[in-house]
Design a binder for this molecule. Structure first.
Ligand code: ATP
Ligand code: MG
Ligand code: MG
Length: 386
């Protein structure tokens, strides 16, 4: 992928934007880009720099991403909700052997929530921590939807990043420490110290130590690379399979409620370590058929008017709104799933279901603003004011 139209080959020490930034270490990569820790030589600050592949399609998508990030950055930076969505610090172009690349810089964040799910061995993250994540996600989404007019369209654990509030000090400390070590290696060994850069210059990474109890967590909704405007969709083909909403599957009208559906799937996964929906195809039905069936089994029947409202509805539903290819459904409601399968107490199962079900309504789904007032989040920081 390091070819014409592909990634830009960044090397440690490379300079960007008239030498203002210097590359320090690779932080990650995705389908569209590589992401680097950089130091701003002007102010001595650190940022994450996303260098996008150079092919026209990627550059154009990146320019839309920048427009939405700028909307997020400038709409109302002092809103509580703005704290929970990534904003953009700077952007510029870089020319290289594979073409011209769009670059964006962001605050340095840490691991994504999938890493947290794995850290708890897919057995579920403690409820108080999930409540904090849920509240921050809702504040962020309320800001994104209501104030910025943006739909994320790809909410999932990988696209929510954790961070520490004092991360810049940590980076500085760690880089200093590594530099000391490096100096010592150079002085005391013969030539073998040539692996100059440690694999993880940020030490124990940017999230908290796994052995320390995690009492507070800070997250930001990240990767606006697939986002769109409330009044301007770029594609109808949105959302990662497990987090996809019913109206998107059957080609119906969708809006910010699509993100709310994904959020419910995500919160369930944080609580249990398992997908809420993980549909598979079979000889007699497709993955979409199975997905719609699983949704109905969990939350109950769809109104035929809703089921038949999409461009692809008739592939899945007959004229009465029944699934064509899967006739026998095994209803199992969310509270019982949490109690029977995931061993939550009856009381917890009921409380969680009462929080998640409004997000899983087929029609008139709850908004982020509505959900912030739910009793499940009552005692969770940050407290709502006004
Ligand atoms: P995809 O769309 O395939 O998920 P992408 O090319 O759009 O990927 P991102 O998801 O934005 O790229 O970022 C890729 C990876 O880089 C992330 O998974 C994360 O590990 C890392 N990363 C992104 N932004 C930051 C940041 N601000 N701080 C630290 N690491 C980051
Ligand atoms: Mg991503
Ligand atoms: Mg992306």
């Amino acid at each position: 992928e390091y070819c014409s139209g592909g990634y830009h080959p960044v090397k440690i020490g490379d300079r960007f934007a008239n030498s203002r930034y210097i590359a320090i270490h690779k932080l990650g990569w995705g389908h569209f880009s590589t992401v680097w820790l950089i130091r701003d030589q002007l102010h001595g600050r650190y940022y994450a720099m996303k260098v996008v592949k150079s092919a026209k399609h990627y550059s154009e998508t990146a320019l839309d991403e920048i427009k939405m990030l700028e909307k997020i950055t400038h709409t109302s930076p002092s809103s509580v909700g703005a704290r929970f969505v990534t904003d953009i610090a700077d952007h510029f172009m870089v020319d290289g052997p594979n073409g011209r690349h769009v670059c964006m810089t962001f605050q340095v964040l840490g691991e994504n929530l999938l890493a947290l799910i794995k850290r708890y061995d897919h057995r579920g993250i403690p409820v108080p921590l999930v409540k904090q994540i849920a509240k921050q996600m809702l504040l962020g989404l309320d800001y994104l939807h209501r104030q910025c007019g943006i739909i994320h369209t790809d909410l999932k654990p990988e696209n929510v990043l954790m961070y520490l509030e004092n991360v810049e000090d940590l980076i500085r400390d760690n880089l200093d420490k590594k530099q000391d070590q490096h100096r010592r290696i150079r002085h005391h060994s013969s030539g073998r110290g040539s692996h100059v850069l440690p694999s993880d210059p940020l030490g124990c990474s940017l999230t908290q130590d796994r052995n320390k109890p995690m009492s507070n967590i800070h997250i930001k909704i990240a990767d606006l690379g697939n986002a769109c405007w409330l009044d301007k969709h770029f594609t109808e083909d949105i959302q990662t399979r497990q987090y996809r909403s019913p109206e998107v599957i059957f080609g119906g009208k969708w809006d910010a409620g699509a993100d709310i559906w994904s959020l419910a799937c995500m919160i369930f996964e944080l609580l249990t370590g398992s997908y809420l929906f993980d549909p598979q195809k079979d000889r007699s039905f497709s993955r979409d058929d199975d997905h719609l069936a699983q949704m109905i089994e969990l939350v109950g029947p769809m109104r035929p008017e809703f089921a038949l409202s999409g461009k692809r509805s008739r592939e899945f539903f007959d004229c009465h709104g029944y699934l064509r290819h899967i006739r026998r459904l095994r209803y199992w409601n969310l509270e019982d799933v949490l109690y029977d399968k995931y061993s939550f107490s009856r009381k917890d199962a009921r409380a969680i279901a009462s929080f998640l079900l409004p997000m899983l309504q087929f029609e008139r789904r709850a908004t982020a603003g509505d959900l912030l007032h739910h009793s499940w989040l009552e005692d969770t920081a940050p407290k709502l004011t006004g």
